[in-house]
Design a protein around this ligand. Sequence first.
Ligand code: UDP
Ligand code: MG
Length: 316
Amino acid sequence: MDILYLVIPCYNEEEVLPETSKQLKEKLLSLIEKGEVSEKSRIMFVNDGSKDKTWDIISKLHNEDKIFQGVCLSRNRGHQNALLAGLMLAKDYCDISISLDADLQDDINAVDEMVAQYHNGFDVVYGVRNSRETDTVFKKTTAEGYYKAMKLMGADIVFNHADYRLMSKRALDGLASFKEINLFLRGIVPMIGYPSTNVYYARKERFAGESKYPLKKMLAFAWEGITSLSTKPIHMITWLGAMVFIVSIIILIWSLVRHIMGKTVAGWTSTLMSIWAIGGIQIFSIGMIGEYIGKVYLETKERPRYIIAEYLGDTE
Ligand code: UDP
Ligand code: MG
């Protein structure tokens, strides 16, 4: 029977934890009862350096019922790192992991379908929001625009999927071989490979407490996503340089024509031409240097070049 670990990063979540733990326990017990997962399944809370009573609540939960586990980070390291910490710990004990937020904005009833899809042979099951009704217009347009921009930048991410996802043990092992520090999990998970599918759910509003992702953190996170996955912005600079250089040639022809027609003051032609030509060459050169820096950047990530799914050999 497969052991399921629910992994929940928590930062200052004292207001939601009592209710969240209750609902998650009910959910897990019902799955155990139905024989979908082993009774060794656990709920793992990762305390991400909270400043309130979060850790006290988690320790109390664990002392009262061993279905709850707690991990306490030494300080606040951010949602993505907290989640990774939990998953990497869970990986050695579980067959399946599901990551979700402490505020239960992601409908926990989708867990059943995720587990069912795992039994259908999928290693990664993405929870995808089917509507953004609970979002403000601002959040909806920026979020959806962002997913589209990421696609344009060549990052392979699942539209409207955040970090609500099931991962099998071998997918977690794959994740473990990504050593990068700048962590944008939803961009890395598709790189791991293995069969994957989507499960759709409606996202609710936070039932208590405040969002731990104010606009500033959100923008930083969005930027992190693009810069940690894509070197396309550098390509854009190279292209811009090439384009300005082409413009400079057009200007060259035009200013020469004006010069021959005698409609210019002395020095105008040469000044105009050099401004454009040098500008183009400079931007292009910066882009070229950037291309190499981009390569160095990707090399320093030391990403795995491949992950073997199966080996049919004759070794014992
Ligand atoms: N979180 C965390 N560390 C942080 C910020 C957030 O572990 O520094 C957790 C938080 O406790 C929650 C999840 O990340 O479980 C998502 O945060 P939140 O619900 O506030 O984000 P939102 O849903 O508003 O985007
Ligand atoms: Mg939330």
